[in-house]
Design a protein around this ligand. Structure first.
Ligand SMILES: *Cc1c(COP(=O)(O)O)cnc(C)c1O
Length: 463
C-alpha cells in the first residue's frame, strides 16, 4: 500500500462549504455504535474488526469493494422483531432489501416469515427451504406466470394490488383447484415523512388501491364474490425510512375504518391487517431509530384502540421490516484509490466501487457515514466526498463526511448501514462486477453471494 503525499489543499475543516453535515466529530477514530453492526469494533492496533476479524484480513482474502454482513447481528435483529411482536402477530422480512439463500435459512431458523415481490425472489425463498405458507407475494404487476407459481407453490398470501389482479389470482386458484389467501393492498392517503420516491401511501402513485372514492371498498366487494380467493385482510405500507409512528397511526385508523365498513356491509370481520414496513435505521449519528419493542407496543396500542372504538375484534397484525433488519448489519469495504483536494470546496476521495454497489445516494439523496478502518489517525478532520469510479458526476457514495486529513491511497474505508438496498440494487454499470456479500460470525467469514466475474458478464453477452 503506497502512501503518496497530497498536493496542498483544504485538508482541515476551517472554512466549510454548504452541505448536509454537522460539525466534525471530536475523534474520527471512534465508531458510533448506532450506525455500525453489533460486533464491529477497533482492535488494539486500531484496525476495525467485525465478528472478530480485521478488515485488513478480510480485504486480502475477499478483495474490495465487498459487503461484510454481521450474521450474529442479523439473527439478533430477527429475534428482536419476533419477540417484540410475540405470538399474536407475524413478522415478514421484506426480501427485496437483501435476499440470498443464507438469509432465507437464517429467517427460517429465527422464526420469521418472508415477503417476496418477484419470481426470482420466490425461487430463492423456495430453493432455500422457506415453507411456502410463510411466504407473502407482493408487487403491483405480477405476471401471470408469477401468479401461477405462487399459487401452485401454496404461498401463505398474495397481496393483491389492482382490480385486474384480484380476478387473475381468483381464476388461477380455481384453475389449479385451490383457494388462495389474499390481502388487498390499499393506499390510505398518508404522506410519510420521507423522500418522495419512497413514500408509498399518498394516492398519486402506482401502489395499492385508494381508500378514497370507495375504490378499496369496491375491491373488497369483488374479492368476496370470487370463489378462488379467501380475503383474509387489508394491507397498507406507507413508505420507508420512517422514524415516527404518527403515519402508522393514521394508516391504522383508516384501515380499521375500512374493516368496520366491511363488517357493516358484508357482516364479516376480516381477521388480519398488515401495516407494512418502512421503519428507519441510523445511517448517520443524527438518526435515532426506535427499537422493535417500542414500535410493536405503539402499533399494538394504536390498532387495539381503533378496533375498540369501532367495536371490532382486534385483528392479527403483521409487519414487514426489511431495512430495519438487514440495513445496519452490513458495511461496504472500499480501498481508497485517488484523493483530489479542491480548494475552498472539499476533498474528493475515489474508491474502487460506487453507484454500482450503492445507488441510494444518487437515487434518493441518501446520507451515509464513512470511516477510515485499516488504521487510526491523529490527523485533523477534512471535509470529504466519497465518490466511485463510474462515468457520472452523480456517482457519489457519501456526499459529505469527515475523514482524517492524512487519508492516503491504499487506506481502507468503510461505509456502514449498507445491508439494505445496496447489493439488491447493485448494477453492472460500466461493466462493474457486483461485489460479494461475505457473512462474518465468531471469527469466521464465508461468502454467501460471490463476486461477479468477467466471465459472468461475457456469459450473458451472446451476440
Ligand atoms: C419495501 C417494502 C417493505 C420494506 O420496507 P423497508 O423500508 O425495507 O422496511 C415492506 N412492505 C412492502 C409492501 C414494501 O414494498
Amino acid at each position: 500500500m503506497s502512501r503518496s503525499a497530497h498536493p496542498a489543499g483544504p485538508r482541515h475543516a476551517d472554512v466549510l462549504p454548504e452541505g448536509h453535515y454537522t460539525a466534525p466529530p471530536t475523534d474520527l477514530n471512534v465508531l458510533d455504535e448506532k450506525v455500525w453492526a453489533r460486533t464491529v469494533g477497533r482492535n488494539d492496533d486500531g484496525v476495525v474488526t467485525v465478528g472478530g476479524i480485521e478488515v485488513t484480513r478480510l480485504a486480502e482474502e475477499f478483495g474490495t469493494p465487498a459487503y461484510f454482513l454481521d450474521e450474529a447481528d442479523f439473527r439478533a435483529r430477527c429475534r428482536a422483531w419476533a419477540d417484540a411482536f410475540g405470538k399474536d402477530a407475524d413478522v415478514f422480512y421484506a426480501g427485496k432489501a437483501f435476499l440470498s439463500r443464507a438469509v432465507v435459512r437464517w429467517l427460517k431458523e429465527e422464526g420469521l416469515n418472508l415477503d417476496v415481490c418477484s419470481g426470482g425472489e420466490l425461487t430463492t425463498a423456495l430453493d432455500a427451504g422457506m415453507p411456502a405458507d410463510r411466504i407473502a407475494f407482493h408487487g403491483n404487476n405480477k405476471s401471470q406466470e408469477e401468479i401461477d407459481r405462487a399459487v401452485a407453490a401454496g404461498v401463505g398470501r398474495i397481496v393483491v394490488d389492482s382490480f385486474q389482479e384480484i380476478v387473475r389470482v381468483a381464476h388461477t386458484a380455481q384453475r389449479l383447484g385451490t383457494r388462495q389467501r389474499v390481502q388487498i393492498r390499499v393506499t390510505v392517503g398518508v404522506e410519510a415523512h420521507t423522500h418522495e420516491f419512497i413514500a408509498t401511501a399518498h394516492e398519486d402513485q402506482k401502489f395499492g388501491i385508494p381508500l378514497a372514492g370507495g375504490q378499496a371498498a369496491e375491491a373488497v366487494r369483488r374479492a368476496l364474490r370470487l370463489d378462488g380467493i379467501e380475503l383474509i385482510g387489508i394491507h397498507s405500507h406507507i413508505g420507508s425510512q420512517i422514524f415516527d409512528t404518527s403515519g402508522f397511526e393514521v394508516a391504522a385508523h383508516r384501515v380499521v375504518r375500512l374493516l368496520a365498513e366491511i363488517r357493516d356491509e358484508h357482516g364479516i370481520e376480516l381477521p388480519e391487517i398488515d401495516l407494512g414496513g418502512g421503519l428507519g435505521i441510523a445511517y448517520t449519528s443524527d438518526d435515532d431509530p426506535r427499537e422493535p419493542h417500542d414500535i410493536a407496543k405503539a402499533l399494538n396500542e394504536i390498532v387495539t384502540r381503533e378496533c375498540e372504538a369501532a367495536r371490532l375484534r382486534t385483528p392479527r397484525i403483521s409487519v414487514e421490516p426489511g431495512r430495519a433488519i438487514v440495513g445496519p448489519t452490513a458495511f461496504t469495504l472500499y480501498e481508497v484509490g485517488t484523493i483530489k483536494p479542491l480548494e475552498g470546496l472539499r476533498t474528493y476521495v475515489s474508491v474502487d466501487g460506487g453507484m454500482s454497489d450503492n445507488i441510494r445516494t444518487a437515487l434518493y439523496d441518501a446520507e451515509y457515514s464513512v470511516a477510515l478502518v485499516s488504521r487510526t489517525s491523529t490527523a485533523g478532520p477534512m471535509l470529504a466526498r466519497v465518490v466511485g469510479k463510474h462515468c457520472e458526476s452523480g456517482d457519489i457514495v457519501v456526499k459529505d463526511a469527515f475523514l482524517p486529513a492524512d487519508l492516503a491511497p491504499g487506506d481502507l474505508i468503510a461505509v456502514p448501514a449498507t445491508g439494505a438496498y445496496c447489493r439488491s440494487m447493485a448494477s453492472n454499470y460500466n461493466h462493474a462486477l457486483r461485489p460479494p456479500v461475505v457473512a462474518v460470525k465468531d471469527g469466521e467469514a464465508r461468502v454467501i453471494v460471490r463476486r461477479e466475474t468477467e466471465e459472468d458478464l461475457l456469459r450473458l453477452d451472446v451476440g
